[in-house]
Ligand binder design. Structure first.
Ligand SMILES: *Cc1c(COP(=O)(O)O)cnc(C)c1O
Ligand code: SF4
Length: 444
């Protein structure tokens, strides 16, 4: 049996169902400036926008949720219109962007804020050089929206009531330091230009960064990382200056025989509408490669049916599903994490539904800086205590890295054990012993 649901993209003027957007014309809605101007980043405005379409207890739950969140809230009118307000509690888009207090769960005691140790592997502020031939360059600390589960909640967006952000000093002086470092390392061939979100770079900045990197003899590949395509495709349709700047970078790359690509971030098939397709078609016509990196999120895409639909729909709009990430061990969003075993099951059910080159690799970015590892490649996995152990011989030889399944997936007895300092250490030691990796030098 097959389904063609992946080709059924939402169209029409769906935003008009929200009372405050009822009079918004198609021209206005497709204008990225209108989207930016009407994006919602404070509780009062959000409550006003959805008043009358949701119950009062939902409003109470989001006002409490705002206080605990490690990330600021910011959503575009486009995303708000895609949320099913008849059932906001379970909506996959709402879950990613708007915290509700009643769904927050106790954090696993092993969670941290910068779980990937990006700052530790940074030779200059904002540039992480962990893998030999590629580097991650953070250029800007703002995004068109803020995801509750952001890995960089330690730095992205403004301070919240619970998190004071690290200042990475992402300005043109910093860019110059990063450029000089990249130029000085002949082994570096590949730069991921990220943030924040490169949608928030001006056309001039995008060109400046792209040109400068492509002109370095050692650089062969660059990619711009942006969630923008998923949350505000209107920019591709209405910001000609920005699209032309991107195209110029792409064309320079082509002339120099170097690859320029965009990496974007869709998590649920509902986020892909007819508007997204029009934007992707426009990029496709210009020959620009787009790949997608999803995060596996509880209640958003953690069944194989949902993941299959996402993969097929991405492929349909010519976006290559590249990675699905196991949720990083960041604080404050435990409700969104899934177990390693969930990722393994979903992967098995996704492989085989479509072209191999459109089948994402399921990876775990090893906490503590081990880099991305295939989810299946653990040395040991205890499904009861939820500890998995990975190694990364090409990145950090001789070290091992542990991941901990979310608290809600464990039995009450095991949860109690994690709350106890001694038993906690014992469970880690056990896992390392069974993985046969050797010395326990990294156990703090
Ligand atoms: C993800 C990542 C990269 C790019 O890795 P790919 O597997 O090539 O997508 C580079 N540097 C850092 C620090 C990263 O986290
Ligand atoms: S768009 Fe990316 S960097 Fe920005 S908040 Fe979301 S996950 Fe974080």
């Amino acid at each position: 049996m097959y389904t063609l649901e992946h080709r059924e993209l939402q169209e029409g003027e769906f935003w008009r169902e929200i009372p405050v957007f009822a009079k918004v014309s198609q021209n206005e809605f497709l204008d990225y400036k209108w989207q930016i101007k009407n994006s919602i980043s404070d509780l009062i405005k959000l409550a006003e926008t959805i008043k009358g379409v949701v119950s009062d207890d939902f409003i109470v739950a989001i006002s409490k949720g705002f206080h605990f969140a490690p990330m600021n809230v910011r959503v575009t009118p486009y995303l708000l219109s895609l949320i099913d307000w008849n059932d906001p509690w379970n909506d996959p888009i709402r879950k990613q962007f708007i915290p509700v207090s009643t769904q927050l769960i106790e954090d696993h005691p092993m969670l941290t804020l910068d779980s990937l140790h990006e700052q530790k592997d940074a030779p200059v502020s904002g540039l992480t050089h962990r893998y030999i031939d590629k580097a991650l360059f953070l250029t800007v600390n703002a995004c068109p929206v803020y995801c509750r589960f952001c890995t960089r909640s330690y730095a992205i967006g403004a301070d919240t009531e619970t998190v004071k952000k690290v200042d990475l000093y992402l300005n043109s002086k910093h860019w110059e330091n990063a450029f000089q470092y990249i130029e000085s390392r002949p082994e570096l061939e590949d730069v991921v230009i990220s943030g924040g979100d490169t949608y928030n770079l001006s056309a001039e900045a995008l060109k400046k960064i792209g040109f400068r990197l492509l002109q370095m003899p050692n650089i062969q590949r660059i990619r711009f990382a942006t969630k923008g395509l998923a949350v505000m495709p209107m920019k591709i349709l209405s910001d000609e200056k920005w699209l032309d700047a991107l195209t110029e970078v792409f064309l320079l790359g082509r002339k120099l025989h170097k690859q320029v690509a965009i990496h974007t971030h869709f998590n649920n098939a509902k986020e892909i509408t007819m508007i997204s397709k029009r934007a992707m078609d426009k990029l496709f016509e210009r020959g620009i490669t787009i790949r997608n990196q999803s995060v596996l999120l509880r209640g958003v895409n953690d069944t194989y049916e949902k993941m299959q639909l996402l993969v097929k729909r991405l492929s349909y709009i010519n976006v290559q599903p590249y990675y699905v990430f196991q949720h990083d061990m960041v604080k404050g969003v435990e409700d969104l994490r899934t177990c390693v075993k969930t990722a393994i099951e979903i992967e098995k059910n996704v492989r085989g539904v479509t072209a191999g080159f459109n089948t994402p690799t399921f990876v775990l970015d090893a906490p503590g800086g081990g880099g991305k590892r295939c989810i299946h490649s653990y040395e040991y996995y205890n499904r009861e205590t939820g500890v998995s152990v990975y190694t990364a011989p090409s990145v950090k030889p001789g070290k091992y890295f542990m991941y901990f399944d979310p608290f809600h997936s464990l039995s009450e007895e095991i949860r109690q054990a994690w709350r106890d300092q001694k038993k906690r250490q014992q469970m880690c030691l056990d896992a390392i012993y069974h993985s046969g990796v050797g010395a326990c030098s990294r156990l703090a």
